[in-house]
Each structure stands twice: as structure tokens, then as C-alpha cells.
Design a protein around this ligand. Sequence first.
Ligand SMILES: *Cc1c(COP(=O)(O)O)cnc(C)c1O
Length: 359
Amino acid sequence: MSRIFNFSAGPSVIPEAVLTQAQAELLDWHSTGMSVMEMSHRGKEFMSIAEELKTDLIELLAIPYNYKVLFLQGGATGQFSFIPQNILRGKTKACYVNTGAWSTKAIKAAKNYCEVIISASSESSNFTNIPKINNWVLDQDAAYLHYTSNETIQGVEFQDIPDTQGIPLVCDMSSNILSRSVDVSRYGIIYAGTQKNMGPSGVVVVIVRDDLLGAVDKSLPDIFDYSKQNKNDSMLNTPATYNWYLVGLVMKWLKAQGGIQAIEKQNIAQANKLYQAIETSDLYSNPVDNAYRSRMNIPFVLKDSTLDKAFLTGADKNGLIGLKGHRLVGGMRASIYNAMTDAGVDALLEFMVEFEKTS
Ligand SMILES: *Cc1c(COP(=O)(O)O)cnc(C)c1O
């Protein structure tokens, strides 16, 4: 067996140790004689898995006691609609910051439920930076302000938490959750799909401050209602049990690495290496403003786009996959989530240098 280096944006690389453990436990979890896949979600075995998953996530992110942690379905995309439906709380407006493709989608969905105020947008610069906060429109009547901490497609990442002057802050953290330390108490809601930094697809984590939960419109189905899901431990219907288990293994892996502090160091070092290589090359370039470059998703273009195909073919031959950029921006993108190893980044760098020399 040989494993490739996977630079896909999501689903994406999962720590090998996690896959090996899942393999070892596949047929018989902890001498129960059954696979996690086969367990009742109400049984004591799965309950212990669910409990540990939640406890480990709370510990890793240092989530304060007044937050509820939900494990839901429908992805981050579902939350684009469920957030306004759950936390408008009778208000009619919400603020959104538009920094790229994912913010744009969140805005489009929210417009079905409320008046959307665009607090700031970097669309005119083709989403290569983040507008300075002193120029943001902060409407105090807004129910919340939504932003995307890391734009997975454009490779633009907030380096600080914006100060919204009291407006509850809602963040789509899908592609950088657990990659850097954050002060959860600054947020009203943090949500993230699991298929980037937390394991396989199929689960979305929603961390919500309890005072934002409350009465929702009767037309909202119970399974999309955060309070009802919270009262039922995210088990109003049968949860994606095996995915919860895998996400749980990733949490344990991250703790064993030394938690967020340790992984953040690794992420900074890996991203710096790649950006430096791009900066010093005549062939590769990255259009994003230095101050907002993502540590997780590193897009780059080749000076001559007719070389793209040869680059991708060559990369593939060298066991480097998932490097094709999103069609919206073209070129290449290296997604280097928590589970990407230094060896993977080094192999990519080596290939990039060699390709530049020989092309
Ligand atoms: C991947 C991604 C999404 C979409 O996640 P789904 O699970 O496909 O709904 C949303 N926002 C960001 C920032 C993402 O990276």
C-alpha cells in the first residue's frame, strides 16, 4: 500500500493514525463484538463515544460553559439558512461581510429570511483582501454579523476576530476551525463542516451561545431547530454515528499532537514555507494581500496557464493530488489542513522547484 499526499480542499487529508485506528476497530470496537457503525445511537457504547467527542472538542477550543455544542447534518451550507431561521429573534436585519465565494453563498441564503446589510465587501478587489474594520457598516439593529474566517476558494483568512461593538458575531469556520487559537467567548455562533479539519464529511459542528437560542418560527422543522436539537443531544433523529466516531478520533489525535497551540505552530511553518517558495519563484504567484493570506488554502497561478496541465500531471506522478484550483479562480490550490504532514509540504515544494527548472 502506498498513500499519496492529498491537497484537496475537502473532503481532505485525514491523519493516518486515525485511519489506522478506525481500521483496527472496524469489526470489533473495544471488545463489544460490533462495529461502531452497527451500534444503537442510544446504547451506552455509542453514548460514551458521543460524550467524549463533545468533551474533547470543548477542551480543545476551550468552549465556555454558556455555549451549546451541536453535531448536525446539512453541512455548513444548511446553516446558511438555519442560522437566520434560528437566531433572528424577531429582528428583521442581519449584517454580512463578503470576502469570497462562501460568504457570497451565505448572503444569498440569508436573503430569503431577512434584510441583509453588507457591512463590507472585497468583491471589487476580486476577493484578494479584507476591508479594514473601521470602514464596516455596523447596524446595531442587526440580529447578528456573519463572516467567513477563512475563504477556502480564494485563500483569504482573517488574522483577528472583528470587533462588532456588541452585535452577536456569527462565523463560518469550516476551513480553519481548530487550526489556530480563537477566543470562543467573542462569538455568538461558530459553525463548521467536518470535512476539512475534523475528519470526513457528514457532520456540521454548531457552537452557539445559549442566550441566542429561543423561540423560532413554527414552520422550522424540529431537526433544524438548535434549541430542540440541544435538548435532545443532537439526536432528534439518528445521527451520522460513524462520522461522529471518526471526528472523535481526530479530536483525540489533535490532543495527542499537543492541541491547537502545537498544530498552529506547524500550520504557520508549513504555510510560510509554501508562500516563500511562491514569492521567490518566477513561475508561481499568489494574488492575495500578504496580510490576509490563508494558512490552510494556498492558491497560486502559473505565469503561463498553458503549463497548468503539465504541472498537474507531473504532480500526480509524484503522488501529489488535489492541487487543481477552484474553477472560480483557476490555477492551483494547495490545501494544507491540520492533518497535512511536513513531508507532504516538502514533497510539494520539491516538485514545484523541479517543475520550474524543467519547464
Ligand atoms: C466547504 C465549505 C462550506 C460548505 O460545506 P458543506 O459541508 O459542503 O456544506 C462552507 N463554508 C466554507 C468556508 C467551506 O470551506
